[in-house]
Ligand binder design. Structure first.
Ligand SMILES: C[S@@+](CC[C@H](N)C(=O)[O-])C[C@H]1O[C@@H](n2cnc3c(N)ncnc32)[C@H](O)[C@@H]1O
Length: 447
C-alpha cells in the first residue's frame, strides 16, 4: 500500500509534508471528512468556497421565490403542477447542498487578504454548481458516456499497468474511480478544486448514496423540471483511492511521483496557458510515465494564442519533454440526460504521451498580478481598461438621465447636446444599454 502523504509536497514552498503538515511554513492542511484541503492557503480557500456556497444558496432561493410567485399567479392546473415541482426542487437542493458541504459550515467570511498575500485564489469562473451536471452523468444516468471514457483511457494505460495514477480536474470522480477499479494501480489520486464535487464523489465512492436534484436544460415532461436523483457507485472503491482538494496549477506533490497523469476534459477549461500547464504535468511524472489527455479541445483561454489546435498541442508536448505521442479522435454523446431534450455530440480527442525528459518549470502559478496584490505598483492602463472606462462613463451618464420622465429620445438629445455622440448613434447605444438593464432585472417583471 502507498501512503498518500508520502507523495505530498507543500503547495506554498514545495517542501515534503509530514503527514498533512508543512513544517517550514507551519501550516497544517486540514482534512475534513477524509478529504484533505491542499490549497496553498487552505483556510482562505475554505472561506472562498464557503462564500460561493452561500451565493449558490442565494441563487437557488431567488429561483425558488420566482417559481413560487409564478405558481401563486397561475390558475392553469398543468402549469401549477410543474411549478410546484420546481419550487420543491429548489428548496430540497438547498438542503442537499447543506448536507454535502457540512465541512464548510464553520468557515464564514472570505479572507481575501490572505489569498492576495499568497497570490492564489480559486478561479472566479468556477462556481460551486458549474459542473453539477457531471455528478448526475457520473453516478446516475451516464453509463454509456462513462464506459466510453473509461475504454478510451484504460486501453492506453493497461499495457503499462501504472502503479500511481493522478487525475487532474477529476470532477465528480467517475473516471478516476473506474480507472482505479479496473486497473491494478496501488494508488489513484483524484484532484479537483471544487468541494461540492469532491464531497459528493468521496461519499459515493465510499459506498454512500447521495441525493441531489437535477434541473435538466430541456425537460422532456413537466415533472422533469426538477428530478430527485440518487447518486451511487457500483460498489465502494478498493483500497488506495484518494480524493484531494487542491489547485492543479499548484499540484501538492513532490516531483516525479506518478507513472500516469490523466487530464480528462481539463486542459482546455483551465485558466492557464498550455505552454505552462504541460511542464507542470511533466514535473509530476517519472521518466517513462504516461500523460493521457482525454476530452474536448475547446480551449477557452483568454489569449487567442493559447487556444491551440490539436497539431499545436502535439508539437507543444514534444517541446515539453514528451515523446511517443499517439492521438485518436472519436465522436461521443455528451451529457445525454434521458429526461432532457438537450444533449451534444462531441468529437473527443485522446492523446497519449510518454515523458522522456524533464523540462524547465514555469514560475509558481500566480492567480493575480502584483499590481493588485501589493498595491504599490501603477495599475496598467490597458486597452481593455481604457475602453471599459469610456463605456462605464457613458453608462453612468445614461443612468443619471433616468428620472421617470425623460424618453429614450430625450436622453439621446442630451447626449448629442453634450457632444458625446451623434443623435442616431446615441439612440441605438441607449437602447442597447436599456435592453441589457431590462433583461437583467428579469424582463421588466421586477424580480
Ligand atoms: C470540464 S470539468 C471535467 C471534469 C471531469 N474530468 C470529467 O471528465 O467529468 C473540469 C474540472 O476541472 C476542475 N478544475 C478547474 N480548474 C481547476 C484547477 N485549477 N485545479 C483543479 N481542478 C480544476 C473543475 O472543478 C471541474 O471539475
Amino acid at each position: 500500500m502507498i501512503d498518500l502523504t508520502s507523495l505530498l509536497a507543500c503547495p506554498r514552498c514545495d517542501s515534503p509534508l509530514t503527514g498533512f503538515r508543512c513544517t517550514p511554513c507551519r501550516v497544517d492542511f486540514p482534512v475534513r471528512e477524509r478529504v484533505p484541503w491542499l490549497f496553498a492557503e487552505p483556510d482562505s480557500a475554505m472561506s472562498e468556497w464557503h462564500n460561493r456556497w452561500q451565493l449558490a444558496l442565494a441563487i437557488l432561493e431567488r429561483d425558488r421565490k420566482r417559481a413560487a410567485v409564478a405558481q401563486k399567479d397561475s390558475s392553469d392546473t398543468q402549469a401549477l403542477a410543474r411549478l410546484e415541482q420546481l419550487v420543491l426542487g429548489y428548496a430540497e437542493q438547498k438542503k442537499c447542498l447543506g448536507r454535502l458541504l457540512e465541512p464548510l459550515a464553520h468557515h464564514a467570511g472570505a479572507d481575501l487578504e490572505t489569498h492576495l498575500a499568497l497570490k492564489t485564489r480559486p478561479p472566479t469562473q468556477q462556481g460551486l454548481l458549474t459542473y453539477a451536471a457531471n455528478m448526475f452523468r457520473d453516478w446516475c444516468w451516464g453509463e454509456e458516456e462513462n464506459r466510453l471514457a473509461l475504454e478510451a483511457v484504460s486501453s492506453l494505460l493497461k499495457k503499462n499497468g501504472p502503479e500511481k495514477i493522478l487525475v487532474l480536474g477529476a470532477g465528480a470522480g467517475r473516471l478516476a474511480y473506474d480507472l482505479h477499479q479496473s486497473l491494478d494501480s496501488a494508488i489513484t489520486v483524484a484532484l479537483d478544486i471544487n468541494p461540492l464535487l469532491a464531497y459528493a464523489a468521496n461519499r459515493i465512492i465510499n459506498g454512500e448514496t447521495v441525493t441531489m436534484w437535477e434541473f435538466p436544460l430541456a425537460p422532456r415532461r413537466a415533472e422533469d423540471v426538477a428530478i430527485e436523483r440518487a447518486l451511487s457507485a457500483p460498489g465502494p472503491a478498493r483500497e488506495g483511492f484518494h480524493y484531494v482538494l487542491a489547485d492543479a496549477l499548484r499540484a501538492p506533490f513532490k516531483t516525479a511521483q506518478f507513472d500516469a497523469v490523466v487530464t480528462p476534459w481539463f486542459v482546455d477549461i483551465v485558466e492557464e496557458a498550455p505552454a505552462k500547464l504541460l511542464p507542470r504535468i511533466n514535473r509530476l511524472l517519472e521518466t517513462g510515465g504516461i500523460w493521457i489527455n482525454h476530452g474536448s479541445l475547446a480551449f477557452g483561454q483568454a489569449n487567442p494564442a493559447d487556444r491551440l489546435s490539436l497539431e499545436e498541442l502535439i508539437s507543444l508536448s514534444t517541446t515539453c519533454g514528451f515523446g511517443e505521442i499517439e492521438s485518436s479522435e472519436t465522436t461521443v454523446p455528451y451529457m445525454n440526460c434521458p429526461n432532457s431534450r438537450h444533449s451534444r455530440l462531441e468529437a473527443v480527442v485522446t492523446i497519449k504521451a510518454v515523458k522522456q525528459t524533464d523540462t524547465p518549470q514555469p514560475e509558481r502559478h500566480q492567480a493575480l498580478p502584483d499590481w493588485i496584490i501589493d498595491g504599490r505598483r501603477p495599475v496598467p492602463l490597458t486597452r481593455s481598461f481604457q475602453s471599459q472606462a469610456t463605456v462605464t462613463r457613458i453608462h453612468a451618464f445614461i443612468m443619471s438621465l433616468i428620472d421617470g420622465k425623460r424618453t429614450l429620445t430625450d436622453m439621446a438629445d442630451v447626449l448629442e447636446q453634450q457632444k458625446l455622440m451623434q443623435k442616431q448613434e446615441a439612440t441605438s447605444a441607449i437602447r442597447g444599454f436599456l435592453i441589457k438593464m431590462f433583461e437583467e432585472e428579469g424582463g421588466g417583471r421586477g424580480y
